[in-house]
Structure formats: C-alpha cells, structure tokens
Design a protein around this ligand. Structure first.
Ligand code: SF4
Ligand code: SF4
Length: 306
C-alpha cells in the first residue's frame, strides 16, 4: 500500500515523496517555541497560534497515523543578472504554488483513500498550522540546511513542500543524513546577516520577510533597505550560493516558468503601476501577496537604498 501511494505521488507529478509516523513533534516544538520567544517571527502573529496542532497533527486529523510529505521542484534554467535591481525570488517567477499544488495534493488524497479504504486525509501546503519543514525532516524528504531550507541532493532546495495527514497506516521512511558539512556559504552570503546561527533565521532581519510578509504601510528599516542587494520581492541569496543547488534540475511544471520571461521588475516602473493593471498582470502570481502598495513600498526602499 505504501509503495503504491508513493508511486501515485510521483505519477501525479511530485518529484519526491517520503512518509513519517504521525507522532508529536516534541524536540522540534521546543526549538519552534524558542524561536517564537526570541521574537524572530516578527509580526507574523499567526505563527503563535494553534500550537497544539503544530505539535501534534492528531489534533488536526483525529486518529492520524501517517504524514505523507511531497516535494515539487520549481527550478527553471534562468538566472538573475547579478547587477540587476528589482529582482524577484525564483519561487515567484511563475504561477502561485498555492494554486498549483492543492489539486495535485487532492489527487494524492484520492489515491490514499483508494489504497486505504476508510482512511481520512487532509492536505496542506503552507495553508495551515502544520510544521511542514519539520515533517520534511522527520519523513526523510530532505535535511534542513543551515539556511533553514529543506535540501535534497537531487533537486537542492528549489522545491515546494506539500503535506498530507492521514489515518492510513503507512510504512515510515528513515530521516536523511545532513550533507551541509563544514559549509557556511549561506551564512556568509546573507546580505542582512539574518541567519543568526546555523538553522536559525531571524525573520525580522530577512529580506524575504520585509518584502513579502509585512504590510504596505510598514516601512522597511534602514539597515535592511540599505542592504536589499537588488531584491524587490523575496530573496534567494542563501539558496543561490548553496552547492547543492548547482545541479539545477529543471522542473517539468510549465506553470513555474517565468511569466512574460520576467525575473525582475524595474522599481521605477513599479511605482507607476496602476491598480487594475497590477491585478490583471499578477493574477495567480505570488507577487499579489503584498498587494500593489507593498510592492511599491519595496520599490521605494530599493530606489532610496541604491
Ligand atoms: S532569504 Fe536573503 S535575507 Fe533571508 S536569510 Fe536568506 S539570504 Fe538572508
Ligand atoms: S549553503 Fe552550505 S551550509 Fe548553507 S544550506 Fe547549502 S550546504 Fe548547507
């Protein structure tokens, strides 16, 4: 049954799949609480909520026995010009994974129900109180790199994670070894020194947090604005330098190809974008998340910090 479900996940289009027992995340939760207590989550108050569900997926799906964790590669063979301003993080070049992954995860839930009749499953992809990275580590989908991202030797860290919590009793996998070794490339490359120690990212120093997660009326602090390094939306600096990303395995998903071939937006032209054009142009794009106001705030910070 486990093998059939894993084969189905690959047939649906996922690039990797691994399974963990649905046990409470004791040690992981301790680290997560410490991270919250340090205030590293900034204004992302939702991360403080539903801690019981984050700790134990049995509080989400009663009788949960297994957590199926999948990876969807989004790497496309394009690169930023290092001197360019207005850079968009790679994950946001194409369509929003919040639109692409759920139907695939739904198809996986159907497969699980077929192979484990009577089972109940729920899927998540950054859409609820599920510690997806911790489950990725538990299941052996990958290891957590010093930059906090989950890594695999075949597709590096350029992938989205999906999770299915299920009452189906599946055979778990072994955790994956950690292949970071003595490398510190990501810590050294971070323009704002947001990786405060291996595996610990202080979001309040991270360019991705400031350019994606904060509200439009919140100004980007000067020490961050002065070190945006050309990033308008998100930041890939700690992934671009990772040696495990050198293999550059391309995705099979055409929807992750850069829309209009754009890897960056001229910050000056962002400032003159009209709301109706913004809505039309970025429909089903991750760039709609900070809304036009947020994107323009980022553009202003980029221009004034240049
Ligand atoms: S995303 Fe950018 S700012 Fe954030 S930790 Fe990585 S390199 Fe640093
Ligand atoms: S850059 Fe080096 S230390 Fe950082 S995640 Fe990659 S392998 Fe690990």
């Amino acid at each position: 049954m486990t093998e059939a479900i894993k084969r189905a996940a690959i047939d649906i289009g996922f690039d990797a799949v691994a399974i963990a027992r649905a046990e409470p995340l004791d040690q992981e939760m301790e680290h997560y609480r410490q991270w919250l207590e340090s205030g590293y989550h900034g204004t992302m108050g939702y991360m403080e909520r539903n801690l019981d569900s984050r700790y134990d997926v049995g509080n989400i799906v009663e009788g949960a026995r297994s957590v199926v964790v999948v990876a969807k590669n989004y790497f496309t063979p394009h690169k930023h010009d290092s001197a360019s301003s207005g850079k968009i993080a790679r994950y946001a070049w194409g369509d929003d994974y919040h639109d692409v992954l759920p139907p695939m995860l739904d198809a996986l839930c159907v497969e699980i129900a077929e192979h484990a009749p009577g089972s109940v499953s729920r899927r998540y992809t950054d859409t609820g109180p599920v510690l997806e990275k911790q489950w990725a580590v538990r299941s052996g989908l990958g290891w957590q790199g010093k930059n906090g991202n989950i890594l695999r030797r075949d597709i590096g860290s350029w992938f989205f994670i999906g999770v299915v919590i299920t009452t189906a009793d599946l055979r778990p996998d072994e955790p994956m070894d950690d292949y970071c070794g003595t490398c510190t490339a990501c810590l050294d490359a971070c323009p704002t020194k947001a990786i405060v120690q291996p595996l610990v990212v202080d979001a309040t120093k991270c360019i991705s947090y400031w350019t994606i997660e904060t509200k439009a009326d919140v100004d980007i602090p000067l020490p961050i604005a002065e070190n945006l390094d050309g990033w308008l939306f998100g930041c890939d600096a700690c992934q671009d330098v990772c040696p495990w990303n050198r293999f550059e395995t391309p995705t099979s998903e055409v929807r992750f190809q850069p829309r209009l071939g754009e890897l960056a937006l001229d910050p000056t032209s962002v400032l003159t974008l009209q709301p109706d054009l913004f809505s039309e142009r970025f429909r089903r794009s991750p760039l709609k998340r900070p809304k036009l106001g947020g994107l323009q705030r980022n553009a202003r910070a980029l221009i004034s910090g240049d």
